[in-house]
Write a protein that binds this ligand. Structure first.
Ligand code: UDP
Ligand code: MG
Length: 336
């Protein structure tokens, strides 16, 4: 399984964006929790263009525990999921665990995820026992979950939760994807052979504040649906078909009526109401198409999805080169 003695079994990947207030508390729980597992591990922090002091705190932590710490530094903000994907490219473990930096996911749960992985699952999702978020987020995300599950056929009970473990097989496949605006748990689920879920604790944010506004949550869900399913487009064209059928019938009825009963001038406002409704439907359709076209646009442009400025890591000759045919989607200097 392992190629070299310092090849880790577990890689913990953590995206960091403006988390200076909480990092010390994170380190204080994360390292002991992993040391307690008695397995070879590494922690890959990915700084997603923080504008606060996070980078120097991470660099300091790298100096303290260089044997088990790697720090990937982006040159800008590319979003949580891009950060996790970059972490996957830098990580070497057989079991990958993702975690939020804000201690909402207790590091002590990593052991449970790993135990489940060792039972032979290649994807271990998690369900928060009791969510510690504001009420509207809990309800909105439950409703979105159900809708998404119908549309995309991806069964993730608790999509807002990043505390998850993935097998090397899944991560290798994800590293080959060049998808923009993706959603890591859903992408991984697509590749999973044997997925399962466990229940985990969830805590309040230790420090700092949520990086997600209502707007970005709506965006995220649009990306999730358009990135994984054509059902909205198909539904729309079916609906369009039905509507044109009905309005075609209406036209026929009106023509006959006009021929036999003469012109009619009443019902103007009913007509307006119907017209406005259809206009709304059409605008929604254009917007929906736009979501897909935008996605195609980003994808064919094929720019690097993120730019890695530096990686802080210990020199390691055993680091395998990327497999042939797998283009590295990063550019920039790599420090060793
Ligand atoms: N994050 C990131 N880039 C971003 C936004 C967030 O790397 O643009 C990280 C953030 O530092 C945290 C995780 O993603 O580790 C989840 O963010 P947050 O806790 O704000 O999200 P919430 O828990 O409110 O969904
Ligand atoms: Mg959080």
């Amino acid at each position: 399984m392992s190629v070299s003695p310092n090849q880790p079994e577990i890689s913990v990947v953590i995206p960091i964006y403006n988390e200076q207030a909480g990092l010390a508390a994170l380190f204080a729980r994360l390292y002991p929790a992993l040391d307690a597992l008695g397995a070879r591990y590494e922690i890959v922090f990915v700084n997603d263009g923080s504008r606060d002091n996070s980078v120097s705190i991470l660099a300091e932590q790298f100096r303290k525990r260089p044997d088990v710490t790697r720090v990937v530094l982006f040159n800008g903000n590319y979003g949580q999921h891009m950060a996790i994907l970059a972490g996957f490219e830098a990580a070497r473990g057989d079991i990958m665990v993702t975690l939020d930096a804000d201690l909402q996911n207790p590091p002590e749960e990593i052991g449970n995820l790993v135990a489940k992985m060792r039972e032979g699952y290649d994807y271990v999702g998690s369900i928060r026992r009791k969510r510690q978020d504001v009420a509207w987020r809990t309800y909105a995300s439950k409703a979105m979950n159900r809708l998404r599950e119908r549309i995309t056929n991806i069964k993730i009970t608790d999509q807002g939760n990043m505390l998850r473990a993935y097998g090397r097989n899944i991560v290798d496949l994800m590293n080959q994807c060049a998808e923009v605006n993706t959603f890591v748990p859903a992408l991984a689920y697509r590749f999973a052979r044997n997925p399962t879920e466990i229940v985990v604790e969830h805590e309040e944010r230790a420090a700092g504040e949520s990086k997600y506004s209502l707007y970005s949550l709506i965006r995220l869900n649009f990306d999730l649906v358009t990135g994984f399913s054509l059902v909205p487009l198909q539904f729309y064209s079916m609906m369009g078909m039905l509507m044109s059928l009905i309005s075609g019938l209406l036209v026929a009825v009106l023509v006959v009526r006009r021929l036999f009963l003469g012109a009619e001038a009443e019902g103007v406002f009913t007509l307006f109401a119907i017209t406005f409704f259809f206009m709304g439907v059409i605008l929604f359709g254009i917007g929906l198409l736009g979501e897909y076209v935008g996605r195609i646009f980003q994808q064919v442009r094929a720019r690097p999805r993120y730019v890695v400025q530096t990686i802080l890591q210990q020199k390691d000759e055993s680091q395998p080169a990327p497999p042939p045919g797998v283009e590295k989607r990063t550019v920039g200097r790599h420090h060793d």
